[in-house]
Every structure is written in structure tokens, then in C-alpha cells.
Design a protein around this ligand. Structure first.
Ligand SMILES: *[C@@H]1O[C@H](CO)[C@@H](O)[C@H](O)[C@H]1NC(C)=O
Ligand SMILES: *[C@@H]1O[C@H](CO)[C@@H](O)[C@H](O)[C@H]1NC(C)=O
Ligand SMILES: *[C@@H]1O[C@H](CO)[C@@H](O)[C@H](O)[C@H]1NC(C)=O
Ligand SMILES: *[C@@H]1O[C@H](CO)[C@@H](O)[C@H](O)[C@H]1NC(C)=O
Ligand SMILES: *[C@@H]1O[C@H](CO)[C@@H](O)[C@H](O)[C@H]1NC(C)=O
Ligand SMILES: *[C@@H]1O[C@H](CO)[C@@H](O)[C@H](O)[C@H]1NC(C)=O
Ligand SMILES: *[C@@H]1O[C@H](CO)[C@@H](O)[C@H](O)[C@H]1NC(C)=O
Ligand SMILES: *[C@@H]1O[C@H](CO)[C@@H](O)[C@H](O)[C@H]1NC(C)=O
Ligand SMILES: *[C@@H]1O[C@H](CO)[C@@H](O)[C@H](O)[C@H]1NC(C)=O
Ligand SMILES: *[C@@H]1O[C@H](CO)[C@@H](O)[C@H](O)[C@H]1NC(C)=O
Ligand SMILES: *[C@@H]1O[C@H](CO)[C@@H](O)[C@H](O)[C@H]1NC(C)=O
Length: 568
């Protein structure tokens, strides 16, 4: 039932109480004011502006709040606003657009609001976001779990040279790019922008992030300075594509993103952290009565054991599309759950929406960093009342026996362990040499570089015992090359003892922007196998990754995950 545009509570209670209540005021000119006694905002057709908190206006010359998909060409336009639910201490305000409903749940006296979006008719999309563009004098810094600090001022952009996609070279030969302000979304507890007296934050409890597309390695731009206007941007990429090759998904009517808490404070992070703990304890939110949001079971647990007897220690475990036809990173139509197994291979998901899922698992490095295969079990039926616990018994992850000659790096879909891997940093690949030699037996993992983008050769030199080499019939070998990401533009040809055995190139690999957008850990994962005829192998061998030419674009090429040679 839709209620009139004034909160019932406001009508029914006395002045002093009414003052604390959330309200929706229809200005009668296609704009509305929402808020409570602590804050308020004017919602225009597209933009939310005039954000007042502690008697200060926080949007200033910036654009304010809006919701958009597939770039700014598709901003949602609000046609109607109503209070759709009134609780004892909150109201739920729904703004309608052709594509769906944006909700602001305003509690008495709370600085900020819970927000959620219900899909009605969004097209197939890769990018869907809500965001605040805020006053750049009040908000000077940005925080996420991967980066915290002062946002470079617009004046720094003015004296720098644009070299590509939102990336500038500074007079002192450094780089300036919004992509340095990215993070791994499922690792964030909260993020936002802040200054000396004010902070604006998004708080997202872990199982409550099930509406994001992708898996554990889903990355997004979190905050930034808008280079065209100087606005400070607090971004909420609830479906995103900034670090992916593929992200377009068909979204069912009724899919809900959120609720998350948008929270205003005095800019102090420890206060946000306390508030975050409060959100963890109260999630899933009891005030949201949507049937599919409520329909969850307490837990899905299990224990994964490798067929060679080892526990799947530390494995990345994922609940997502049943009978999948996309990679775990590329999924995004419905809801996704991520966790990591314990040392004994046990894993636990909590508050999982009912539905039928596939369970997937892959190595997250040591002690099972040699495992190249992905575990998949379809038709996991999550059903029953809220107290149900689904226990998956005897999950055996079949792994082939392997006679390994060498392995460089752990198979974990990340470049972890290689030189210059870690966090976000524009142009980090510039540090990787043109030529390097990794000598099996004496080199360290960190002697290999995380990515390759110069004309030259990354060489692996390895001996084989004479007993492995017979004059007439040496066994064949298999080279497995796992990439944590790949940006098209650099072709790598692979040679074994100077004979070409394969390539990493745009003819075989989709392009993700990770390497040229400050990614150093992961983009889209790809794994390739190159058989090596035993007749090629000797007591002293080389495998070369050779780059003979580069495209004119900066920072393209592979981000390495792991390389392994085994007898077959
Ligand atoms: C919004 O907040 C400002 C500043 O506190 C206040 O002057 C104004 O009356 C408020 N608007 C409404 C509709 O309450
Ligand atoms: C994704 O969808 C957008 C618009 O909906 C379209 O322009 C784009 O080509 C699509 N990309 C892929 C890879 O399908
Ligand atoms: C803030 O934005 C204004 C334009 O509205 C711009 O002139 C100014 O340089 C920006 N400030 C910073 C610190 O970037
Ligand atoms: C891929 O899987 C989804 C369900 O997860 C299904 O709706 C879709 O039709 C499938 N697409 C193809 C091409 O098989
Ligand atoms: C899942 O289990 C429930 C309860 O046993 C059952 O009603 C439902 O049909 C099952 N769904 C599927 C797809 O098997
Ligand atoms: C890389 O090695 C090749 C072959 O030895 C050599 O010609 C080239 O100069 C080296 N490149 C750099 C940058 O040292
Ligand atoms: C190669 O030699 C090693 C060490 O002697 C041995 O363990 C391995 O089984 C041999 N493999 C083949 C294919 O000959
Ligand atoms: C292959 O060579 C090994 C020694 O290198 C020899 O023992 C074996 O008999 C040879 N086999 C054949 C089929 O020639
Ligand atoms: C080569 O050796 C493999 C085992 O090492 C054996 O299975 C195969 O029959 C041999 N082939 C020849 C032609 O000797
Ligand atoms: C590179 O490898 C791909 C397979 O990944 C293959 O289709 C393509 O033909 C190769 N390109 C060249 C130039 O050999
Ligand atoms: C390996 O190379 C040898 C010698 O060139 C050839 O006879 C054999 O057929 C090759 N094996 C495979 C599996 O291609």
C-alpha cells in the first residue's frame, strides 16, 4: 500500500517527536525533500542536491546523488515518490523510475539512510551504480580498505599530461589516475570520503554483499576526484565492469541491490568502524519484508578434500549460478556468496538466500597452490525455514596426480608472490624488466615479474636428470600457464628450446582493463595448456616468454598467476 507523501508518524505524534521522524515533502514541482531532523536532501528529477547535515550544505558545486547505468548517458529519472512503509522508528521512501525503485529507509535521528534498489526493467548491463558527488572543500580525502589519503586536487591534473583513459603523467614523471582508488569489493567493510569535520560512507556487511557481480576477486573503483569537474566522488558500483572483460548480465525483475547503509559523520573512521559492527549484528535487516530477501537459511557448510587425501586448505569457495556458463567473476544476474576454507577444508556460508546453486572452489595458494583444477558441484538446493542448516558431506575434489618438473608461483588466480604485485598503482608494470631469467632450483618466486610489457624475454631455465632423457623416447610434458589477467596489445610467444609452442595473444584471449587501470593482482583469470613433445627436451632447457612487438597503448599484456611444467 502506498501512503500519502507525509509520514504518518509526523501527522500522529507531537511536534517534538515529529521532529525526529523521517519525512518526505513533495515540493509540487517535481522535486521532493527527504530526511529527518539530522539531515535532509532535495531530490530533483535526476540529482539529489542540497544535502544538509549539522546545518552545513555538503553537495556545494558538485552534482549530488544519482543512479545510473552503462555510463552517464543513462541516468535514472524519478517520476514519483511515496512512503511505502512506516515502522515505529523509520520510514521507507520509494522513488520510481522506468527501470526500478530506489529506496531510502530513514530512521529517527540517524545521520544517513539505508538504501536499496529493486529492479523492474533494467536492460542487460555491465555497469550499474549509485553515487554521491560531493563538495570538494568539505571532503578532501578518500578511504577504502586498499587506499586511504588525500585526493589529488584538480590543480594537479591541470599541470599534468593526459596519456590515456583517465590517466595523466605528472611533471615529476609520476602518474595520476582515479583507478589507484580501486579496491576488492568483497574485502571492504566500509568506504567513503571525508574531511576535517565531515565523512560520507557506505557500510556493507559481508554476506549482505551478495548482490555484487563476480567472485572474491571482484574489483571496482571506490572513490575518486572527477577530472572534468573537480567533484569528490563516493562511488557505489553495485554492478561493475572496470576490471573485467565480460560483465553484461540479464537482471531478473525483483532483484534487489542492498540494503547498505549510507552514513554521515564527523569524518572519524573509528566511528564508522563501530557503526559497521552494529550493522553486522543487525543484518539481515528485519525491517525489510521483501519475501526473497527474507527467504534465507542459516548456513551452508561443508568440507572439501582433495582426491590425493589433502584437505582443500584455504581454498576460495563460491556459491553461484547453477550449471554455470560464465566464469565466477563474470556472473552477476542474481546473488553470489564467497568464503575461504579453513586449514582442514571446512567452509561456511551464512544467511544464504534460498535457491539452487553450484558450488565452486579453487586454490587460493599455499598449501594447495599446486592445484590447477576447479571444483564444481551443481544442484545445491538451498531451501527450508530460516533456521535450516545445509550440510554438504564428503565433497571430493578430484585432482590429477602430477609429476612436476617445476612450478613458479601459486595457482590462486592472483599474481601474489611475483615482483611488484600488490594493491593498485598506475604504471607498476614499468618496473618489470624487458629480460629476466628464472633459474629453476636457485631463483625465488619474486624473481619473476607480475606482468610483461616490454620487448624482450622472460626465460625459465631448467635442467632435467639424464635419466629423464632417453635417446629414442622421452616422455611428453605439459606446460600450464595461468594468467591472473590480460590486456590486449602485447603478444607473448612461448618457445621451448627455441621452438615455438604457443602464444598469449588477442586472437585467443579477451581483454580486461586491469593492467592498464592500476591493477597489479588480478583481472580476468585464464588458464592455458601447451603440450611439449618429449623429443624437444634435453638435460638443459629453456622456456621463453618472448615479446617481439607492442601496441601503441600503454601497459598492455599478461598478469601472471602461475606456470607449471609436468610430465604427462
Ligand atoms: C533541511 O535542513 C536545513 C538545515 O538544517 C533546514 O534549514 C531546513 O529547514 C531543512 N528542511 C526541511 C524540509 O526540514
Ligand atoms: C554489454 O551491453 C552493452 C549495452 O547494454 C553493449 O553496448 C555492449 O556491447 C555489451 N557488451 C558485451 C560484451 O556484450
Ligand atoms: C573543486 O572543484 C572546483 C570546481 O567546482 C575546482 O575549481 C577546484 O579546483 C576543486 N578543488 C580541488 C581541491 O580539486
Ligand atoms: C546460462 O545460464 C543461465 C542460468 O544460469 C541461463 O539462464 C542461460 O540461458 C544460459 N545461457 C546459455 C547460452 O546457455
Ligand atoms: C529444493 O528442495 C525443496 C524442498 O525439499 C523442494 O520443494 C524443491 O522442489 C527443490 N528444488 C529443486 C529445484 O530441486
Ligand atoms: C633483452 O635481451 C635481448 C637479447 O639478449 C637484448 O638484445 C636486449 O637488448 C635486451 N633488452 C634490454 C632492455 O636489456
Ligand atoms: C624424471 O626424473 C625424476 C628424478 O629422477 C623422476 O622422479 C621422474 O619420475 C622422471 N620422470 C620421467 C617422466 O622420466
Ligand atoms: C630406447 O632407448 C633406451 C636407452 O636410451 C633403450 O634401453 C631402449 O631399449 C630403447 N627402446 C627402443 C624401443 O629402442
Ligand atoms: C615410450 O615410453 C612410454 C613410457 O615412458 C611408453 O608408454 C611408450 O610405449 C614408449 N613408446 C615407444 C615408441 O617406445
Ligand atoms: C595464438 O594462440 C591461439 C590459441 O590461443 C591461436 O588460435 C592462434 O592462432 C595463435 N596465433 C598465432 C599467431 O599463432
Ligand atoms: C614428437 O616428435 C617426434 C619427433 O619429431 C614425432 O615423431 C612424434 O610424432 C611427436 N609426438 C607427438 C605426440 O606429436
Amino acid at each position: 500500500m502506498k501512503l500519502p507523501t507525509v509520514a504518518l508518524g509526523l501527522l500522529l505524534t507531537g511536534i517534538s517527536l515529529a521532529k525526529q521522524h523521517g519525512f518526505l515533502k513533495d515540493n509540487g514541482d517535481g522535486t521532493w525533500i527527504i530526511g529527518n531532523d539530522v539531515w535532509n536532501m532535495t531530490q530533483e528529477k535526476i540529482y539529489g542536491s542540497k544535502l544538509y547535515y549539522k546545518d552545513q550544505e555538503l553537495v556545494g558545486e558538485a552534482t549530488g546523488h544519482y543512479v545510473s547505468y552503462n555510463g552517464a548517458a543513462s541516468n535514472l529519472a524519478w517520476t514519483d515518490a511515496n512512503i511505502v512503509k512506516t515502522g515505529s522508528n523509520y520510514i521507507d521512501i520509494q522513488f520510481d523510475a522506468a527501470e526500478g525503485e530506489m529506496h531510502w529507509v530513514i530512521f529517527n535521528g540517524l545521520a544517513g539512510a539505508y538504501q536499496y534498489f529493486v529492479n523492474r526493467a533494467l536492460p542487460v548491463l555491465g555497469e550499474f551504480r549509485t553515487l554521491w558527488r560531493l563538495d570538494n572543500e568539505t571532503f578532501t580525502s578518500a578511504y577504502n580498505a586498499d587506499k586511504d589519503g588525500v585526493l589529488p586536487p584538480l590543480s594537479e591534473y591541470a599541470v599534468s599530461t593526459k596519456i590515456q583513459d583517465e590517466t595523466w603523467k605528472t611533471p615529476d614523471e609520476g602518474y595520476l589516475t582515479k583507478y589507484d582508488w580501486s579496491g576488492f569489493v568483497r574485502e571492504q567493510e566500509y568506504w567513503g570520503v571525508y574531511g576535517e569535520n565531515f565523512g560520507s560512507w557506505y557500510l556493507k556487511q559481508h554476506p549482505g554483499k551478495d548482490y555484487f557481480n563476480g567472485d572474491h576477486l571482484k574489483q571496482e573503483l571506490m572513490n575518486h576526484r572527477e577530472s572534468a569537474t573537480g567533484d569528490v566522488v563516493q562511488l557505489n558500483m553495485i554492478h561493475g565492469t572496470h576490471f573485467q572483460a565480460l560483465s553484461n548480465d540479464t537482471l531478473p525483475n525483483g532483484k534487489i541491490w542492498g540494503p547498505w547503509l549510507w552514513y554521515l559523520n564527523n569524518g572519524i573512521k573509528s566511528d564508522v568502524s563501530l557503526r559497521y559492527n552494529n550493522e553486522v549484528n543487525s543484518w539481515p535487516y528485519k525491517w525489510l519484508s521483501d519475501a526473497s530477501y527474507r527467504s534465507r537459511i542459516a548456513s551452508v557448510t561443508g568440507k572439501l578434500v582433495l582426491s590425493d587425501g589433502r584437505p582443500a586448505a584455504g581454498a576460495a569457495v563460491f556459491l553461484g549460478d547453477n550449471h554455470p556458463n560464465k566464469t565466477t567473476l563474470d556472473m552477476g544476474s542474481t546473488y553470489y556468496y564467497t568464503t575461504y576454507a579453513d586449514n582442514d577444508g571446512s567452509f561456511r556460508f551464512t544467511d544464504v538466500r534460498t535457491g539452487v546453486y553450484a558450488l565452486q572452489a579453487w586454490s587460493n595458494g599455499s598449501p594447495i597452490g599446486d592445484i590447477t583444477t576447479t571444483y564444481l558441484k551443481n544442484d545445491i538446493n538451498v531451501s527450508g525455514p530460516a533456521t535450516s542448516k545445509l550440510r554438504l558431506d564428503k565433497l571430493t575434489w578430484s585432482v590429477p596426480a602430477s609429476d612436476t618438473v617445476f612450478q613458479i608461483g601459486d595457482f590462486d588466480r592472483k599474481s601474489t608472490g611475483f615482483a611488484y604485485s600488490g594493491g593498485f598503482g598506475a604504471g607498476r608494470v614499468d618496473n618489470c624488466p624487458a629480460n629476466l631469467t628464472y633459474a629453476v632450483g636457485s631463483s625465488e618466486t619474486s624473481d619473476w615479474c607480475f606482468a610483461q610489457n616490454k620487448i624482450g624475454t622472460f626465460r625459465i631455465a631448467f635442467p632435467l636428470p639424464a635419466s629423464n632423457i632417453t635417446s629414442n623416447n622421452t616422455s611428453d610434458a605439459l606446460l600450464t600457464v595461468s594468467l591472473a589477467g590480460y590486456s590486449q596489445g602485447t603478444t607473448v610467444n612461448i618457445f621451448c628450446n627455441d621452438v615455438r609452442i604457443g602464444n598469449l595473444s588477442s586472437s585467443g584471449i579477451l581483454s580486461d582493463p586491469s593492467l592498464y587501470r592500476s591493477g597489479t593482482v588480478a583481472g580476468e583469470w585464464h588458464q592455458f595448456e601447451f603440450p611439449i613433445n618429449g623429443s624437444r627436451l634435453k638435460t638443459s632447457n629453456t622456456i621463453d616468454f618472448r615479446v617481439a612487438s607492442l601496441s601503441s597503448s600503454l601497459w598492455r599484456g599478461p598478469i601472471y598467476d602461475a606456470i607449471k611444467l609436468e610430465w604427462i
